[in-house]
Design a protein around this ligand. Structure first.
Ligand SMILES: [Fe+2]
Length: 471
């Protein structure tokens, strides 16, 4: 909490009237704006206290501009952001302002140059009124743009809810394509778009993990597709969340997972998708991609230093082997070890030119075999507790011959997730699916009701239920 403010973000002192002497930057401006909206709601837009609050907002905006030509404030996944930097600490105290912005479906505010008091008043009044009444002020605030207080409506109306997963897998590849082209051509990378994207994914994932994990299981792709990068980001968020990382670290981790293979943009597709063994020179080129990626990402402004670090380290092993050779320090960065686990797991589950994706239980076995060599063993444990041996999205045979889809992991027992049964033991499709938690026991007995025998291979012909399919 910034000094001098009460828990609701209003300035301490009588009615929030106490003047602040030193510049409080953008945070001070936002706090004053929130207080003014509250005053306007409480006393009405024409009241003297609301007028005084508007004057304070103008003064603090002037201070915050501090030589800038514009200030851009975003609302990304329920968090406030200045430019493309989330204001995590401040967000906790700005629920009233965020609610007002979200009610009006405002995603971005741009304040330009000297903002007249009249525009500030109109803006406060705008955010005070109900969303259906807002058109009166729209278009009249040249210095703030209501297409210029820079009001931009969120396309979905809400930040991330049910549509999030589909949106992630639709937007992500497009964004990665743009970023790849910019890196390749030496053009500026749209880091704001990348940060916004990952904030949305993080928000959606933290709100409802299962659909994202289901998507990582079910999206059909090969190891080198953009989908792989999205899966790596999601699986890394799953690990970070299980480790209890704060949101700011999670966002950086997600972005690092998303961009970990940026160095591959310079590699020819025929090398990446070659079926046979790589020649020595081809291997040499492939093993350069972590370094190439790190160099490109280091030149990208406004990117967390974690992103190039992970790019450089994601093929380095826990036991110190791997590529490129470790050149500094004795330990890998935590994020690199997390992303490495996500990367290898998703690659094992992905189609290769010479084989289909591995069944989840086989991928689990392969990974466990490598624990302590390729991966940090404790982190590997965290990973499988977060997703399970049969992660959400896996089709599984139960011991009575029925078939279902895993819909939620169980961190307490990685073999016993929650399953939605769709096929009876006879093979018939159930009209109403039955959800079973595999930790349930038979009444009065110390025996489980069901257990998973194995995953269902594609050739068995069982279809993924329509409501879990993702194109
Ligand atoms: Fe890689």
């Amino acid at each position: 909490m910034p000094a001098g403010y009460a828990a609701d973000g209003r300035k301490e002192g009588a009615g929030g009237m106490k003047a602040e002497q030193k510049s409080r930057g953008v945070e001070g401006f936002l706090l004053d704006l929130q207080a003014a909206i509250q005053d306007s709601r409480f006393y009405g837009p024409k009241h003297a206290l609301t007028e005084a609050a508007a004057v304070r907002v103008r003064a603090s905006l002037h201070e915050a501009m501090a030589g800038r030509t514009e200030i851009v404030i975003g609302v990304i996944g329920g968090e406030l952001a200045f430019g493309n930097k989330p204001l995590y600490d401040l967000t906790r105290h700005m629920s009233s302002l965020i609610a007002a912005l979200e009610e009006h479906k405002v995603e971005k505010l741009t304040f330009m140059g000297e903002v007249p008091l009249a525009d500030i008043r109109s803006f406060i009044e705008l955010l005070t009124c109900r969303s259906g009444e807002m058109t009166t002020a729209a278009g009249e605030l040249g210095s703030i743009t209501i297409s210029g207080i820079g009001l931009e409506a969120s396309p979905s109306g809400s930040v991330l809810s049910a549509g999030t997963v589909e949106e992630t897998y639709r937007e992500g590849p497009r964004l990665l394509g743009d970023i790849g082209r910019a890196l390749h051509d030496g053009l500026p990378v749209n880091t704001r778009a990348a940060n916004t994207f990952i904030q949305k994914v993080m928000k959606g994932f933290l709100g409802n993990k299962a659909p994202f994990l289901i998507a990582t299981s079910l999206k059909k792709h090969d190891e080198y597709s953009f989908v792989h990068s999205i899966n790596v980001a999601v699986l890394s968020l799953a690990q970070g969340e299980a480790l209890g990382l704060p949101k700011s670290a999670l966002a950086d981790l997600g972005l690092a997972g998303f961009l970990h293979d940026s160095g591959k943009i310079a590699l020819a597709a025929d090398i990446l998708r070659k079926k046979g063994k790589l020649s020595e020179s081809e291997y040499e080129k492939v093993s350069q991609h972590p370094l190439d990626g790190a160099k490109l990402l280091l030149q990208t402004p406004d990117l967390s230093p974690l992103v190039p670090t992970v790019s450089f380290e994601h093929h380095l092993r826990y036991d110190g082997r791997g590529y490129p050779r470790k050149v500094f320090g004795t330990e890998l960065c935590l994020a690199s070890m997390i992303v490495s686990i996500s990367d290898v797991y998703d690659a094992l589950r992905s189609r290769r030119p010479y084989r289909g994706g591995l069944a989840p239980e086989l991928a689990f076995k392969e990974m466990i075999k490598e624990g302590g060599g390729l991966f940090h063993p404790s982190l590997l444990g965290v990973f499988f507790r977060a997703i399970g041996i049969y992660p959400p999205g896996s089709l599984v045979f139960l011991d009575d011959g029925s078939v279902g889809i895993v819909i939620a992991p169980n961190p307490a027992d990685i073999r016993r997730p929650v399953v939605e049964i769709w096929y009876a033991p006879s093979g018939e499709t159930l009209r109403v699916p039955q959800v079973v938690n595999l930790t349930e026991k038979k009444p009065g007995r110390n025996e489980y009701l069901h257990m998973i025998v194995r995953s269902v291979p594609p050739e068995a012909g069982h279809k993924i239920p329509a409501r879990y399919r993702i194109d």
